[in-house]
Design a protein around this ligand. Structure first.
Ligand code: SF4
Length: 210
């Protein structure tokens, strides 16, 4: 089982500037995430639907049909791993992923440091285990540029979360993952000191363009 994490425990999240570059590359599809999960299986017990992409051949061969559900809001045939009544992935066995070597790409790429970077939690009570981990991550900084980049990511996340009405058609993401990912991609908008004096609608458009 997952080792319960002490509330005051801290975990090295790595150097922020290097992490940001690697994560942005991963979001572009140019590489996978390397997450120091340790024995944490927070993302496996947190009521996530896990998509099985067409390229997840090994995972598709290992997952029993009974564990699959049609993806909510998607056409039939887009398969996902569902989760049990307590939020556990059906492939979790005795606290460990039973198909770890063949796990889906989404599981390989999941990096809850995006929430720590953005200064937000991963969700409500169903994400309790991940939220503990998010609170424990501590980034280091190689220079002031890295500190400024982190401050910009946090400012972007706060803007997206709090000023959603400034976005055309109110199209800002509202789920934590969407907010964090957009904040990472658009953080450069908040590296510009002039952003704070611009109208919110202009800042929102700049975020969308980023
Ligand atoms: S497939 Fe494995 S790694 Fe992915 S959520 Fe399920 S138990 Fe966790």
């Amino acid at each position: 089982m997952t080792t319960p994490q002490a509330e005051d425990e801290t975990i090295d999240a790595g150097e922020f500037g290097a992490w940001l570059l690697a994560t942005l590359a991963c979001l572009r599809g140019d590489g996978g995430a390397e997450v120091p999960c340790g024995d944490c299986v927070g993302c496996c017990v947190s009521s996530y639907f896990i998509p099985l992409r067409p390229g997840d051949h090994a995972a598709r061969a290992r997952v029993p049909p009974a564990a699959l559900v049609d993806a909510p809001g998607q056409e039939a045939g887009h398969l996902m791993l569902g989760y049990g009544p307590t939020g556990e992935c059906p492939m979790l066995d005795a606290g460990r992923c039973s198909i770890y070597a063949d796990r889906p790409q989404t599981c390989r790429d999941y990096d809850c440091r995006i929430f720590a970077a953005a200064g937000i939690e991963a969700g409500g009570p169903e994400r309790r285990v991940i939220n503990q981990r998010v609170r424990a991550w501590r980034f280091s900084y190689r220079d002031d540029d890295a500190r400024r980049a982190h401050a910009a990511v946090r400012a972007a996340a706060a803007f997206i979360r709090d000023r959603w009405q400034a976005f055309p058609g109110h199209c800002a993401p509202t789920a934590p993952t969407g907010i964090a990912v957009l904040a990472l991609k658009a953080h450069a908008v908040f590296l510009d000191a002039a952003t704070t004096s611009r109208p919110d609608t202009e800042t929102a458009r700049a975020i969308i363009r980023a």
